[in-house]
Design a protein around this ligand. Structure first.
Ligand code: F6P
Length: 527
């Protein structure tokens, strides 16, 4: 297998980067080309993307598209969609796209739609209130938590308000304790969400929930606990009789479209859940069918490669200017870093190039008052991804306009910066009169030329959110395919899990024999 760094396109990109990429200046690029905004804008289902404030030109983009073709990215995409076992280390297909395909349109359609229909019918019964459920607690972690935890607040405007949604993930008891304190057994439904039904945190929290339920007079575990899992037997052994299943070809971080989406379905109802799936499916079709030149997830994935491997930018920041998307950065951290945080290629050979950037962020405008200082004037260049939503789901137009103006102002400021002369001409604030004006102007100038992408949604709806999440999934796929890695396993989480199991008995016995000196000393301090 030829690594991406041995392709003709990669060498051409290196040459182009040295000649025109390293010193690329966004302000010059806009001055030279009045059509730049149009040339680098793309329309995809439900999402408009302005990619023009990125440090690339038409040739860089063309060479990146060549790189995608030369590394076989389109063929790998087609193999994924056809259900080939592209998750080679686990011998599995990767078919989250089948979860949102219309009936009959993808592999495993009968199984998918049978569970989907049953899950949505159950969600509707809970919403109808006949069983007296007023609170739903999703107990799950990672992919069995982050999707529902991100989507439920995002779609709050579409959600039933009579049912409180809670999410417990952390094995730290400070997570579940305050949640339980607010609940009554007779009006609570626990959803135990775990693909494997073996994850330590989820099993431990589920057990605490069961004990709390019984201790507080709860009588009918079978009515108040349901499971969403591929491991139906383990759920039954726990005493759960209502289980919505899914399949090993659904990766944990790609599972919010499956039964793992039950809390979402309870919150927003059947029609909205189907709209979420339909939005994702529309993006799937865009990814599968649109020429690479106009394919948004492909171009975003290639931009990741350009920034990581040529510009060598170590991270990317996500700034959704919609409070509902407050958990999107956390969701993307798992999606991108668990998928593409890999150090070997498909053949197991150590990679000579970098893979996943660090993904992080906060909703705007809060981030502006925290870490944007570093984005504007720090020593690292961090590409920022702004997400703007044109129509709010609240009535406060004056607030909304301010949020949008802030969003645009930040990408503008990152790009334009402020020169020393501009800063020098400004009137210095009175408090700083003691400082020499030139020194102050150096502090008050901005380098600019800092890249950003702006994604625009018309409104945050089930359909547009579905499309947005699928866009991110396929972008991750694109980068991973070019890098020649397996984006669908996560062996890197295993070592810590097994060491934890070895350490647990030491907390009882106090026996630190064989432990390294640091861990032994910490163990003694914590016992
Ligand atoms: O963190 C590792 C991981 O396996 C994730 O990939 C997964 O989403 C999470 O744990 C939870 O796993 P499960 O759904 O099996 O409880």
């Amino acid at each position: 297998m030829t690594g991406c760094d041995h392709t003709v396109a990669w060498r051409a990109l290196q040459g182009h980067f040295e000649a025109h990429g390293r010193d690329f200046d966004l302000r010059d690029a806009f001055a030279r080309d009045p059509a730049r905004a149009d040339a680098f804008s793309l329309e995809a289902p439900e999402v408009f993307a302005d990619l023009s404030k990125n440090r690339w030109d038409l040739l860089a983009r063309k060479l990146l598209l060549d790189l995608a073709r030369e590394t076989g990215m389109p063929a790998r995409r087609d193999a994924m969609l056809a259900g080939e076992p592209i998750n080679s280390t686990e011998g599995r297909p990767v078919l989250h796209t089948a979860l949102r395909a219309p009936r009959g349109a993808a592999l495993f359609s009968d199984d998918v739609h049978t569970v989907l229909d049953a899950m949505l019918a159950y969600a509707e019964r809970v919403r109808a209130g006949d069983s007296g459920i007023r609170a739903v607690v999703n107990i799950g972690i990672g992919g069995s938590d982050l999707g529902p935890q991100m989507v439920v607040p995002a779609l709050n405007a579409h959600a039933i308000q009579a049912i409180d949604m809670h999410f417990v993930s952390n094995v730290d008891g400070h997570d579940i304790t305050p949640v339980l304190a607010r609940l009554k057994p007779e009006s609570t439904l626990f959803v135990i969400a775990s693909k494997t039904f073996t994850t330590q945190e989820t099993m431990a929290n589920a057990e605490v929930a069961r004990q709390w339920f019984i201790a507080n007079g709860g009588r009918d575990i079978a009515r108040h606990f349901v499971a969403t899992t591929t491991n139906v037997q383990a759920a039954a052994a726990f005493g759960i009789t209502t289980t919505f299943g899914f399949w090993d070809w659904v990766g944990g971080r790609y599972s919010m479209w499956s039964a793992i989406g039950l809390p979402i379905a309870i919150a927003i109802g059947e029609a909205n859940f189907r709209a979420l799936l339909a939005g994702a499916h529309a993006m799937d079709r865009h990814f599968a069918d649109t020429p690479l030149e106009r394919n948004l997830p492909v171009q975003l994935g290639l931009l990741n490669v350009w920034y990581r491997n040529f510009h060598r930018f170590p991270s990317r920041s996500v700034a959704p200017y919609h409070q509902g998307l407050k958990r999107l950065p956390a969701y993307l951290q798992q999606l991108e870093m668990e998928s593409n945080g890999k150090g070997v290629d498909l053949a197991g050979e150590t990679l000579p190039y970098d893979t996943s950037a660090v993904v992080w962020g906060e909703p705007g405008t809060n981030g502006q008052h925290a870490f944007f200082q570093m984005l504007h004037q720090g020593t690292d260049v961090v590409p920022v991804e702004f997400i703007a939503v044109r129509t709010p789901s609240h009535p406060h137009t004056s607030l909304h306009v301010k949020a949008l103006a802030n969003c645009l102002a930040q990408s503008q400021a990152l790009m334009l910066g402020k020169t020393f002369d501009e800063a020098r001409r400004e009137r210095a604030p009175t408090a700083s009169n003691a400082i020499d004006p030139d020194t102050l102007a150096r502090h008050r100038s901005f380098p600019g030329n800092r890249p950003s992408t702006t994604l625009v949604l018309d409104a945050l709806t089930p359909r547009s959110l579905g499309a947005l999440v699928a866009l991110y999934e396929h972008r991750v796929f694109t980068s991973g395919a070019v890098w020649g890695i397996n984006s669908f396993d996560q062996w890197g989480v295993e070592l810590g899990k097994s060491l934890c199991n070895q350490l647990l008995p030491c907390f009882d016995t106090g026996d630190t024999t064989g432990l390294d000196a640091s861990t032994a000393a910490l163990m003694r301090r914590l016992r």
